[in-house]
Design a protein around this ligand. Sequence first.
Ligand code: NAD
Length: 351
Amino acid sequence: MLIDKDSLTEFARQIFISLGTEEDRAQEIADHLVEANLKGHDSHGVGMIPSYVRSALHDILQINADAELILDKGAVLLVDGNLGFGQVVGRQATDLGIDRVRDTGIVCVGSRNNYHLGRIGTYGERCARAGLVSIHFVNVVGHPPNVSPWGGRDARMLTNPFCCVVPTATDPIVLDMATSAIAYGKVRVAGLKGVPVPDDCLFDAEGMPSNDPGVMNSGGTLGPFGKHKGYGLALMCELLGGGLAGEWTIQDVERHKSPTVNHMMMIIIDPALFGGLERFQREVQGMSDWLHASKPAKGFDKVRLPGEPERESMAERLANGIRIDDQSWETITQSAQLAGVSKADIAVLTA
Ligand code: NAD
């Protein structure tokens, strides 16, 4: 399926409205998901809709819940997402932090109990649009783990994302990444295509490196990125996102059968604290130019900054449309019907 941004957004919006989600929320969730597709992260785009619909129909995902401020200590806020759509309650927690940082210069927001937050960069980009730096430590809980600790043989964590966004005079620098070497969605796609995954991403049940996506069906695990270093960062996401800001970490095996929940610790900094946004942006610009000037290594066309691949993908997909593989599209349209969109409406919406 090749579909343009506006049609895909409207289709997604109608699915959420049919579920009973209020219209402005439905729009926000649809915008967030389609932007993830545009930015090249199909694993966090409209392909999430089937699991969202399932969780809503099982009354796990609270489709019209708002974030609730449960503790206010000036530069520290604790916000409960009440298992509402992460795209809404995560944004609400971010906005509380942005408002507060105007008084305090720095704020740490614990944003707990969010149903899947989607693409974490979205929240950092919102801070950057307000001229702010942000750092996000996020854990993922609710599912059985699929990422092994460095040196371990079995899965003990999920793909805990880390994100740091820095504003510039133009586009922000957006480091936004899973701490696993590869996203599970990419392994699944490789399996369907019958192609191997790159080196250093997967381990079999004996803890031996493997390129075979099939190992995930026989006790294999995703490795952490960057060996012990990525493992260490994943652990910090677990401890700060889940343990300190959130309500639980993944060692609580009793909770492995619940839905995808993200706990996020978000630190937002006003560069004015350290001498002003302009001076900082000059330094950021100088550093960006410095890195861009590096002679490309063999096999590379140029050096990029974090966030640039997403903007390139977005320009291409806005121009040419978003391609969704047949199997994912089939599942999305099935879940649209489960949500209450009629076959006739689906045909019109996706024509
Ligand atoms: P990725 O590996 O594609 O990119 C990671 C980072 O590297 C990005 O900031 C990107 O801009 C940068 N990058 C990529 N190529 C680059 C290059 N050539 N030069 C410089 N920088 C480059 O991303 P990922 O790790 O697969 O994560 C994808 C998305 O999944 C993220 O948006 C993340 O927030 C999301 N995620 C969410 C959850 C959740 O539970 N909500 C869990 C895991 C991941």
